[in-house]
Design a protein around this ligand. Structure first.
Ligand SMILES: [Zn+2]
Length: 278
């Protein structure tokens, strides 16, 4: 099929229920607020007269940190799954992995990605199983062992003025939480904090946020809860994206507007990412 990239207005009309979705509709989304999105994606879209939706986590700006998800990515990218998995065996003790996390996530995560086993093991441990209170310490220990010069926030994320540039160029920018953690591991109060803080950050930076949208960190039904959806509705969020290999149909728009399914780039011929972030 030949897809047509919807213009911004047609997409928003579709989400609002004023236009029926078509089978050949397509929009492009870019997660995690990476500097690459300004350096490479924006000029490519501009050359073609296209737009996209960009999902930015607020943590790097509010706390001047590299988020754990990206520290994990950098470690795996630089050293490979086998080295990280081996180092984790030394560093992580059983007491750092609560049994309920292991049970909650073991069968559901990374089902559809053809990862090397060691990469998968490392990502399971660092993204899902590990006690949230010790993850940063474990990453510190990995970085001390494996990196002379750990990543700095300004090396990988969009600057605040680059986020403004995206909006000025007609792109849509939405929330991707503050810390990019697995929301289903958080209490409703902590989830509320992630949403409020991240929308406030974007609204303050951009002088208002006429259309609020959200993208679930990691994605997949296991990564958020019914409370997440209710909180999104209550915060005036118009729509949200999940990762789920289905098209957005009229009934999806009616019933699942805050978890719209998206295809993962890894599923496409030229979309292979060695390490998918979610
Ligand atoms: Zn993400």
């Amino acid at each position: 099929m030949n897809y047509q990239i919807l213009d911004r207005e047609a997409f928003l009309n579709t989400v609002r229920g004023d236009r029926l979705p078509r089978e050949d509709d397509l929009v492009l989304t870019f997660d995690d607020g990476l500097a690459d999105h300004h350096e490479h994606v924006l000029p490519e879209l501009a050359d073609r007269g296209l737009w996209g939706l960009f999902y930015v986590p607020a943590g790097p700006y509010l706390d001047d940190v590299v988020l754990d998800v990206h520290r994990t990515h950098a470690l795996l990218g630089a050293h490979g799954g086998a080295a990280i998995s081996e180092a984790l065996t030394d560093i992580v003790t059983e007491s750092m992995i609560p049994e309920e996390h292991r049970e909650q996530f073991e069968s559901v995560v990374y089902e559809s990605q053809d990862n090397q086993t060691a990469v998968e093991r490392a990502k399971r441990i660092l993204n899902y199983y590990i006690d949230d209170g010790v993850r940063s310490d474990v990453l510190d220990a990995l970085e001390v062992r494996l990196f002379d010069d750990p990543l700095q926030p300004e090396d990988i994320y969009l600057s605040e003025s680059e986020i403004e540039n995206l909006v000025d160029a007609g792109m849509h920018v939405g929330s991707h939480s503050v810390t990019h953690t697995v929301m289903s591991k958080l209490s409703p109060d902590d989830q509320q904090w992630e949403l409020t803080k991240s929308f406030d950050f974007l609204s303050d930076l951009l002088g208002g946020l006429p259309i609020r949208s959200y993208c679930h960190p990691y994605g997949g039904a296991h990564s958020y809860t019914d409370e997440t959806i209710t909180l999104l509705e209550n915060t005036g969020c118009l729509f949200g994206f999940d990762v789920d290999s289905r098209p957005i149909t009229a009934s999806v728009l009616q019933n699942e507007r805050h978890r719209l399914p998206r295809y993962d780039c890894n599923e496409f011929r030229y979309g292979d990412a060695t390490v998918s972030l979610g």
